[in-house]
Ligand binder design. Sequence first.
Ligand SMILES: [Fe+2]
Ligand SMILES: [Fe+2]
Length: 276
Amino acid sequence: MLDHDEILQAIETIEPLSPTVTRLAELVADPETDMDAVVACVSHDPGMTLGLLRRANSAQYGGRGQVGDVRSAVVRLGFGVVLEAAVRVGSRNVLDRSIPQYGFSERQFWRHCCAAAHAAEALRRSAGVPIAAVVATAALLHDIGKLAIAQHISERQEELLESAHALVGIMTAERDLFGLDHAEVGGLMAKRWRLPETIVQAITFHHDPGLVTDPITDVVHVADQIALMVCSDPDSGWQMTVETGSLERLGIDADDLGSLAEVSRGLLELTETRPS
Ligand SMILES: [Fe+2]
Ligand SMILES: [Fe+2]
């Protein structure tokens, strides 16, 4: 079995988020934060500024004319999308890679993460309860634990993981083989990256949302299932496995999941046609 220290070592080898992204996450998680603080934080970072302007002028958001400054981009996107865009720019090196140990070939993992972020934003807008703006970022990063585990396991463990996954599901397979699962490892990574506790919690419990009382965790759980649907082969007959408790707590009807998946698929296609 992998022990806790080995996992922490694996986490250490993964490139952290920049201090500016971490600071922005703190600001967005704080309901008292005002526009000036967010604009000042983004303006410090040329890469983040560029990513934000691109997103604000993208096919998804640019229909209302071009914006050329950070403040207008923040107004157009809202704090939640600003943070998600910044994390996307800052974590692409980490997330945009194949993880064959989990069946993700080139680009597939990145697509899954982005589809989940889009689904989370769509759910946030449709939910019957208020959802904090950090939710899209929590969804973008929900499976980061897979990266650390994949770097650490042997070929033999990889084979065992694949066969056990088919039999008992990924979480049980990981716990049986490694003593912990990718959600727990992802939570440890988010903590190390100094992300707000609400993001840490959503990553840690995205497969067990009933264990906490937190609408962000519920959204990330549902968004993950929508993303799996969006990225699955349409002929595979793949079905979502969503906890009904999460839907009830969010005030989302199960019949609306199909249309939310369509929204997520459309946004994924839009952001793939232009860099974001
Ligand atoms: Fe997961
Ligand atoms: Fe996932």
